[in-house]
Ligand binder design. Structure first.
Ligand code: MTE
Ligand code: MO
Length: 348
């Protein structure tokens, strides 16, 4: 058996992709699940760790890990994708972590619904956003040190599926994935799921931190960054997992397989093109692991003759969102959900 490893993109801080073969499995083991760290991983003593809930609330709270684990919990299978996944396929390639297509993974996350905690704290009507502050921090610009922190509008934060997760695939979170507790915001690109959660603050105004105002925005050309639309839910996307790009195949029936997901609703259709996008045929959808989990798909193909073929996959979700054939460029390189194209060579 092949020993799979993360595909390292940057060493310090660690940024690494899920290996392609691991994406063929319904769940990605934590050791193979992509890692996206902006700063050094904070070392947290679980006994000393406390989660504070404060700001525009009736009762500020301070919870130990045990307190969080004693709240009623839910387990949800969630596909998490980094908003920068596929950035290197944009031309010109924007700056930022040079992700190819492996900044995505699927895991079972267990934790307390955030809404429970918000009810206990008693959100005041003035609250407009919830801010989630990580225990990691660093210099974001010369002389400006900030933690990784992101906010959500109150309605989103109150959603029943937003979790304060303390387990991933039924094990405690690993250091890289946010031990001891992280936020998991199903359906949203990964940046919303703040790791190493330290504080939750109910805000009366929109948060203006670096990772909210100056990053995670779909900026076109010269728009001021802070006016550009924010990156939120994951755009519908499919990946071709097998065969691999560049594979040489015999002149015999072959099965293409992959996964498809959308942060806007269930995937309802995956189509495959073997002629570079001129014609499309429906793929078969595999087992449904829930609303937020990537859906496997497969497509059997009888190559008509030897040659080089460009194979594409295209997913559509219940809202009718579908993948574009060519990427939609933006300055920070987010949300590239263009159809993946692979080449296969069919021999005699
Ligand atoms: N939370 C903290 N505290 N620090 C971070 O750097 N990165 C975010 C998010 N939460 C980040 C964070 C981004 S951009 C992504 S894509 C996901 O975590 C990645 O989660 P993972 O490393 O568990 O795959
Ligand atoms: Mo990300």
């Amino acid at each position: 058996m092949l020993t799979m490893r993360l595909v390292i993109v940057e060493r310090e801080p660690l940024n690494a992709e899920t290996p392609p073969d691991a994406l063929a499995e319904p769940l990605t083991p934590a050791e193979l699940f992509y890692v996206r760290n902006h700063f050094a991983v904070p070392r947290i003593d679980p006994h000393a760790w406390r989660l504070r809930v404060e700001g525009a609330v009736e009762r500020a709270l301070e919870l130990s890990l045990e307190d969080v684990q004693q709240l009623p919990s839910r387990t949800i299978t969630v596909t998490l994708e980094c908003a920068g996944n596929g950035r290197t396929l944009l031309t010109p390639t924007p700056g930022g972590t040079p992700w190819r297509l492996g900044a995505v993974g699927t895991a079972r996350f267990t934790g307390a619904p955030l809404s429970l905690l918000l009810d206990r704290a008693g959100l005041r009507p003035e609250a407009v956003e919830l801010l989630f502050v990580g225990a990691d921090q660093g210099e974001v610009e010369p002389g400006r040190v900030e933690p990784f922190a992101r906010s959500l509008p109150v309605e989103e934060a109150r959603g029943p599926d937003v979790l304060l997760a303390w387990a991933m695939n039924d094990e405690p979170l690993t250091a890289d994935h946010g031990f001891p507790v992280r936020l998991v915001v199903p359906g949203w690109y990964g940046m919303a799921s703040v790791k190493w959660l330290a504080r939750i603050v109910a805000l009366e105004q929109a948060f203006e931190g670096y990772f909210q105002r100056e990053h995670y925005r779909y900026v076109q050309s010269d728009d001021p960054v802070e006016d550009a639309p924010p990156v939120t839910r994951a755009r519908v996307r499919s990946l071709i997992v097998r065969p691999a790009d560049g594979a040489r195949l015999p002149l015999a029936p072959v099965e293409f397989s992959g996964i498809a997901w959308s942060g806007y609703g269930p995937v309802t259709r995956v189509e495959v093109s073997i002629d570079g996008g001129a014609s499309w045929a429906a793929a078969e959808l595999g087992a449904d692991q829930g609303l937020y989990a990537a859906r496997p798909w497969s497509f059997r193909w009888h190559p008509p003759q030897p040659g080089r073929y460009t194979v594409l996959a295209r997913a559509t979700d219940a809202l009718g969102n579908s993948q574009p054939l060519s990427p939609q460029w933006n300055r920070q390189g987010y949300g590239n959900n263009a159809c993946q194209a692979i080449q296969v060579v069919v021999g005699q």
